[in-house]
Design a binder for this molecule. Structure first.
Ligand SMILES: Cc1cc2nc3c(=O)[nH]c(=O)nc-3n(C[C@H](O)[C@H](O)[C@H](O)COP(=O)(O)O)c2cc1C
Length: 199
């Protein structure tokens, strides 16, 4: 299971939701001495594959790169500087690619939605395995889209840094501030209106 965030400022969500969800936080401090083994990588991809998808089109794919490969270095170089400053320690950089067109060329408006669900499930499965994830939209979309050989209609939407959390890492000041700040969650009333029949 994922360790608590350094600040202990986890949101007060205490209705018994499962631990890999309630205990999730975006990890930016990774243990650079550790890799993610191949079985875990396969499990993360499989978790993403279980995601629901409109018309079951599954209009997305992932490109998983491991630290120490030229591909990882290329993905890292296409991240915004404020992300690359800490993400170099990640064991994996996972590029999420959305496909905005169906195979017949007509628009597929749910690509980001479906990719987001797949990435969420990957994240939860990672947390259950003691791995941290930070999803990043701060990146050079054009550079990454070329790097992962997107076909027309495809587009890079997200990169997820994955790895074993470390507690003794000197993060850049801004990344540390984001990681340490209180994670305010909207109240249940702000997030949802609930109308139920009386028992
Ligand atoms: C679509 C998306 C884009 C994000 N982009 C970045 C990013 O570029 N850099 C970063 O450090 N965190 C990024 N995050 C992480 C958010 O900052 C984080 O989820 C939010 O602050 C809540 O904190 P928590 O995930 O630790 O609960 C992103 C998250 C999402 C879902």
């Amino acid at each position: 299971m994922l360790p608590p965030p350094p600040s202990e400022r986890t949101p007060a969500i205490d209705t018994g939701i499962s631990r890999p969800i309630a205990g999730r936080w975006s990890v930016r401090a990774f243990d650079v001495s550790k890799t993610v083994d191949a079985a875990d990588v396969r499990a993360l991809v499989d978790a993403a594959r279980t995601a629901p998808s409109a018309y079951n089109l599954q209009p997305w794919r992932l490109c998983v790169t491991g630290r120490g490969t030229p591909e990882f270095a290329s993905v890292l170089s296409a991240l915004a500087d404020y992300n690359a400053a800490w993400a170099w320690r990640a064991a994996l950089l996972v590029v999420g690619i959305a496909r905005d067109e169906k195979t017949d060329g007509t628009p597929c408006p749910w690509a980001d939605y479906d990719l987001g669900q797949a990435t969420a499930l990957l994240t939860v499965e990672a947390n259950a395995r003691g791995l941290g994830v930070c999803q990043m939209a701060g990146l050079d979309v054009a550079a990454l889209t070329e790097l992962v050989s997107c076909v027309p209609g495809e587009r890079v939407a997200i990169v997820s840094a994955v790895g074993h959390p470390a507690s003794d890492v000197d993060l850049p000041v801004d990344a540390l501030a984001i990681q340490e700040r209180a994670r305010r969650r909207r109240s249940r009333g702000e997030a949802a209106s609930i109308v139920l029949a009386s028992p």
